[in-house]
Design a protein. Structure first.
Length: 195
């Protein structure tokens, strides 16, 4: 039987990426709106012409939107890297667990990190080693039991032979005793006839 695990309904990696995207997008939009309003009010206080203020405002929106989009891509790139460092070891542990479940007892996980995932991998490896050792012990006990069973069967056969031989002798002894008694009775009967 091959064990498989259903894929998760939502991936940890996807959740991390979505969270980063939403935070950066929302932060960028709010920052752009606030800075745009501050910038426009500062220019109004300076007494500049409305056409110039509107033209500068449009350029500001275009530039700040471009910067926000570039920031989103930069943060998503960082988020992809971070999510891979988190989900990669989890994926290794999941695959290792499936290998153990499918009877590949020599499976070990190689995660060199010194964080909680590294501890989890070390614990997994320790558990897999213990299971493998216990299975070796069980196999050795099974072989020993099989050997003992064969020896026991051999001894039972020897005892059955001895029993059959002893019962056969006993049966012969009973027959011989009956014949001796018959002969003795006949001899006594013959003696009484002579007298």
């Amino acid at each position: 039987m091959v064990y498989k695990i259903k894929p998760p309904k939502s991936s940890l990696r996807n959740n991390i990426l979505i969270a980063f995207f939403l935070v950066i997008a929302l932060g960028g939009v709010i920052t752009n709106i606030v800075l745009h309003d501050v910038f426009l009010s500062a220019m109004n206080k300076q007494g500049l012409d409305k056409n110039i203020i509107e033209d500068v405002g449009r350029h500001f929106i275009i530039i700040s939107t471009g910067l926000t989009i570039a920031g989103i891509f930069a943060v998503l790139f960082i988020a992809v890297f971070l999510s891979n460092t988190i989900t990669g070891p989890i994926r290794k542990l999941t695959n290792g667990m499936l290998n153990i479940a499918n009877g590949k007892w020599a499976t070990r996980i190689e995660i060199e990190s010194k964080d909680e995932l590294g501890q989890l991998a070390a614990g997994f490896n320790l558990m897999a080693e213990q299971i493998e050792n216990d299975l070796r012990k069980i196999e050795a006990a099974k072989q020993s039991l099989s050997k003992s069973e064969k020896e026991l069967k051999k001894r039972v056969q020897e005892l059955e032979k001895f029993y059959n031989m002893a019962v056969g002798r006993e049966t012969k002894m009973v027959k011989l005793k009956k014949e001796i008694k018959k002969l003795k009775d006949q001899v006594l009967h013959d003696k009484h006839k002579e007298v």
